[in-house]
Design a protein around this ligand. Sequence first.
Ligand code: ADP
Length: 632
Amino acid sequence: MNYMVGFISLNMYALIVCLLLITIFFSKKRQRQVEDQSYAHFLVFNALATFSGIILGILVTPALNTNQLVLQIANKVYLTCLLCWSCILNYYTMYISFLKKKKDNRKFLSLYKNSILIAILILLILPVEVVSTDSGAQAEGLCLLFFYTFLGVGFVADFISILTDFKNIRSKKYLPIYLLLVLGLFSVSIQLVFPSLNYLINPCTVLITLVMYFTIENPDIKIIEQLNAAKDQAEKANRAKSDFLSNMSHEIRTPLNAVVGFSEAILEENDIEQIKSDAKDIIMASNNLLEIVNGILDISKIEAEKMEIVETEYDLVENLNGLAKLMIPRIGDKPIELRVKYAPDIPHILYGDGGKVKQIVMNILTNAVKYTERGFITLEVGCVNSGTECKLVISVEDTGRGIQPEKIDSIFNKFERLEEDRNTTLEGTGLGLAITKRLVEMMGGKIVVQSKYGAGSKFTVYLKQEIRMVSQEVKRTVTYDTMVDISNRKVLVVDDNKINLKVATRMLTPYHLNIEECESGLECIEKIKEGKVYDLILMDDMMPKMTGTEAFHELEKIPDFHTPVVVLTANAIEGMKENYLKEGFKDYLAKPIDKLELERVLYTYLTYEEKKEEIFEPLPEELYDINKPLSE
Ligand code: ADP
């Protein structure tokens, strides 16, 4: 009897601790995470179990002579509360050990909830009997057997869950579970020796709940942990920014140094051949600088998640033909054959970000040209069409120097250039492939590299685009013959800035064109109205009084005006090109004008007829299978 009073008092203390804990926990600002919610339920069931345990303890005192049915009901309420407490602990352990890592655990949760309900039902149905003994009272029957088996299985499940997260086995988040093992064994052993002394269970559960509060579920600790995580994140971002700046400073200074150095050398030099060679180096360094600036703009836009996918209708084959054309001068006099192959069923018009597809292929193709000395470069485009979806398989294969297997993964990192390229004259930033990979991923595609060191590389891009128009008549023309004669074609350059006019005219000079200049849109309109005819107009956009776009719209109103107008602009922000094309301009040239781009524009609009025409054989079947790995 004295034991009874002692144990009931112990349970009273446990209940007070439990209620205090509930008051503190619920009065604090909490998060809405699964762990917090489970802990809240956990606290409530702990209090209910302790409270019902005390009531049961009081009811079984022989002096009260309580009816057996009432005792059985009280016992079942008590066991149900304990069972729920144990189930919540099981779920909590499974959640922090492995369920949290899963994206969707709703199915598991509903299955778990249903099994708890079934367990409660079984518990309520199975018989139990409360027997008074000299040292108190004890419960017997199938119901109790089921209860202990269920708890035992729960314990085992907890430990198996922790084992699935073996590398964190020492984490303090599992401390309450380890304590549960020790205290559980302790109270079960006592119970085996003294079957009536089952009042130790509640103080143990309260102790576990208390330890849990001070180890993991304390809202204060959680907020501090969150603040620390945010601080770490901020420090990391800051470090990345500093690394980026120091990297940038190095990357930009290198070509600038070349520009300044060679320009100074030219001032001192009299030998015309040497001057020409220095000027070539200046151009190379400037192009490199431009590439860096564009690359930085692209990568910072991607990283700030500001790079947008601009979807329009586009002709893939036409775009890629333009790219192939651009490669010819880059190949120069290297003995390389450029092969371009299209599958016959590539839809004529696709819907997607054609500009980005072009940029992706451009980067890979430029690398192939850069890192190949002889042999061939093959741009091959295949597709798998189903309904309105077109899965593009674009590959660029070269017979260049290849990449060592251990370095393949690192080539997609920012500023990563292979050691052998750092000290050579091969220009590059190490940003091209990083941007390419991010662009491909942004568009939901993937890029695969195969390479044999010393033999060549193959970059394959898989992308999904929407089909807008399938046309049988579309001509798969591949024209990259810059030998077409464009001399004496009439070109008008419109720019308010004299220096820009001078640069444009100087750049056009080698093509023996008939060049005219004018300094405003109005002047240009007057010339056309006077009846002058040009084969091409290069129009600056940002001009005072009347912008190039306004002038262009005025020109469009003139009857019989059909001259292609290409906009020239320093406004080279992403998306501008699409805007200009929407305005009706034929094409777009960004300043500083890239010689190759200029050449592309000239040969596109000043050649009256495409020269070559090729229709290629279908690609091998395996290329159409987007999931099948390509053979080496
Ligand atoms: P870079 O501006 O240096 O070309 P990229 O990001 O485009 O930068 O490429 C990263 C590195 O990957 C290059 O410096 C080069 O070492 C290697 N690489 C890329 N493409 C090829 C290729 N086709 N053949 C051999 N090496 C390549």
